[in-house]
Design a binder for this molecule. Structure first.
Ligand SMILES: Nc1ncnc2c1ncn2[C@@H]1O[C@@H]2COP(=O)(O)O[C@H]2[C@H]1O
Length: 583
């Protein structure tokens, strides 16, 4: 073996070999080959034959796996002190995943012969390896699509035309991150020309590292990228050159580096309006709007990048959805900041208000005007496509949200609809807000579905998932709070004649009666699906305001619903553990 120095303590931090006697550990060190692996380099690829296992001494590796759906996902991070590549070595099968250096690493390679010699002399080593394989296989089985990436610890800021504002934002970001742990801010002045060991020491002494790259493709920027778990490309939202890129951005993104976009706005910006142009051609997991100098925005970014962001998911439920406004008011009163929002149907509309940064004084009168002052779903029509024409709802949504695009909302946002063409749940994170809200509320048969330019037909998300916690979970940014107001009222018609004639129905006034077509369609479109139940159990904190007595179409129950939501959330918040709020 050829490490810089043949250090007998080299394996001290390796849990898998912790139970071995010193002689056995020395045997591993003697057999193994030491090498350094620069950030971004592939250790091995999925499907290759596996002839060795690797022990990570410094740095970290990402495990990426292509699942049955053909999409490559990151399933784990291998940190210093962990072992990787043991599965193929033991089973003789192909590599189950690709492994790539997330940053500059130092690694020990133990080949087949070395591993066999170890196990022959020290059989207990096999026990630890087997335990590790079993637990990793369990993860793969339980979570074939991969787990959310682990919380990032080292973050690189990559300025693309944002210059001094980027540095100012970094200072605020670091200040906010210090609530969660120690933060080292490293620019070229501190880190330029240092060796891997120096970075390893800094990383082990701090909870978070903020690397400040410069605007060039020089050695320092490249090093920042290699060291980072996640890279924030920072642009100025007022930059007329929306296609400006950092010179390292495209290559990093192609390499699979986790990338996010931060758009910096002046402190007095009313609403973002050009995100689409900045996002065009970029592959970013998320984008953030931050007003320079506005502490709340930096605090939100800090929660989002460190995995402490509070995500709120609001269910559909027609007029009962007004209760969401009360819930939002209770959160604001309690000082709980919501960092990301999503929802279905009426919940999607309430969530959009939160993502616009409307407070209760702004949101409640707007919703009252849109839905209460005149009934939005009574433009009944000849029922060729649906019972109502849907135009009234469309007009209300356009009045309320204008031409605002989802990507221009202050908070990361999604709404769901059901793609009837493909038979799948559609999660909308881009595009005109009113259009996707219109799709999200289109209960089949009651309101005409929405059709996109490709001819795909979209209806109410509640058909497949009325409480879309899973898409929020997929962001993997922190605790998820779910609010369900969609529990249908008791739905039965004891003694009703299933096939009463229209004459009997209209003129004989016999009781009991069949539910009306409106009630039947409403119920059919909002039946609890397995996804709803999953949503409930997948949430970290679940609220169910007592709104059963309010009819889905009882728009006049606005004040009562808001108050029920507020009181319920207020009482539940008082009981909630602090961990629910990412603290
Ligand atoms: N769920 C997991 N968590 C951590 N590491 C894993 C997981 N699944 C697979 N791996 C590692 O990724 C490696 C890919 O190559 P192997 O199949 O040889 O061995 C695999 C494990 O070492």
């Amino acid at each position: 073996m050829t490490p810089p120095e043949a250090d007998p303590t080299l394996l001290d931090g390796v849990a898998l070999f912790a139970g071995l006697e010193p002689a056995a550990r020395q045997a591993v060190i003697d057999h193994a080959d030491w090498f350094s692996l620069p950030g971004g380099n592939v250790l091995f690829a999925q499907g290759e034959a596996g002839d060795a296992l690797y022990i990570v001494l410094r740095g970290s590796l990402a495990v990426l796996r292509v699942a049955g759906d053909g999409v490559r996902r990151r399933i784990a991070r291998i940190a210093a002190g962990e072992v990787v590549g043991e599965m193929a070595l033991v089973s003789g099968r192909a590599r189950s995943a690709s492994v790539i250096a997330e940053r500059d690493c130092e690694v020990l390679r133990l080949d087949h012969a070395g591993f066999e010699a170890l196990v022959a002399r020290h059989p207990q080593a096999m026990l630890g390896v087997t335990r590790q394989i079993v637990s990793r296989l369990e993860v793969m089985q339980d979570n074939p699509l991969g787990q959310p990436p682990p919380r990032p610890r080292s973050i690189a800021l990559l300025p693309a035309g944002s210059g001094r504002d980027c540095a100012a934002m970094r200072r605020d970001l670091a200040r906010c991150m210090r609530q969660f742990g120690t933060v080292a801010e490293i620019g070229e002045g501190e880190g330029g020309g240092r060796q891997t060991q120096w970075f390893h020491d800094i990383e082990s002494r701090h909870d978070f590292i903020l690397y400040q790259a410069d605007e060039t493709a020089g050695a320092w920027s490249r090093l920042c990228l290699r060291q980072a778990d996640v890279c924030l490309v920072v642009v100025s939202a007022d930059d007329a050159e929306t296609r400006r890129r950092h010179p390292l951005e495209a290559a990093a993104s192609q390499r699979g580096q986790a990338m996010e976009l931060v758009m910096l706005h002046p402190a007095d910006r009313i609403s973002p309006d050009n995100s689409k142009a900045f996002l065009a051609g970029r592959r970013v997991a998320l984008h953030h709007h931050v007003r320079v100098g506005v502490f709340a925005d930096a605090a939100r970014l800090a929660r989002q990048v460190t995995g402490r962001a509070v995500g709120l998911v609001l269910s559909g439920g027609g007029a009962r959805g007004f209760a969401h406004l009360g819930v939002l008011r209770a959160f604001a009163d309690a000082g709980v900041a919501i960092d990301m929002v999503g929802g279905c149907s009426m919940g999607a509309i309430a969530a959009a208000g939160a993502a616009m940064h409307w407070d209760a004084h702004e949101a409640e009168p707007r919703f009252r005007r849109a839905f209460v002052d005149t009934n939005p779903v009574n433009d009944f029509t000849l029922p060729l496509v649906a019972l109502t024409a849907g135009r009234r709802v469309t007009r209300r949504l356009r009045d309320a949200f204008g031409e605002r695009r989802i990507e221009d909302l202050w908070l990361p946002y999604f709404c769901v609809s059901t793609n009837l063409t493909r038979g799948t749940l559609a999660v909308h994170r881009r595009g005109l807000l009113w259009q996707w809200l219109r799709a999200s509320v289109a209960i089949p048969g009651i309101m005409p579905p929405w059709v996109n330019p490709k001819g795909e037909v979209f209806a109410d998300g509640g058909v497949l998932d009325n409480l879309p916690v899973t898409p929020m979970r997929a962001f993997g940014r922190g605790p998820v709070i779910a609010v369900d107001v969609g529990e249908a009222p008791a739905f039965s018609a004891p003694g009703a004649l299933p096939e009463e004639t229209w004459f009997e129905r209209l003129f004989l006034r016999r009781r009991p009666r069949m539910p009306s077509i409106l009630q039947i369609l409403l119920r059919a479109g909002t039946v609890k699906t397995p996804a709803d139940r999953l949503g409930r159990s997948a949430a970290d904190f679940f609220l169910k305001p007592p709104v059963e007595s309010i009819d889905f179409l009882d728009w006049k129950a606005f004040d009562r619903a808001v108050e029920l939501g507020r009181r319920h959330a207020q009482a539940e918040l008082a009981r909630a553990p602090a961990s629910v709020f990412g603290r």
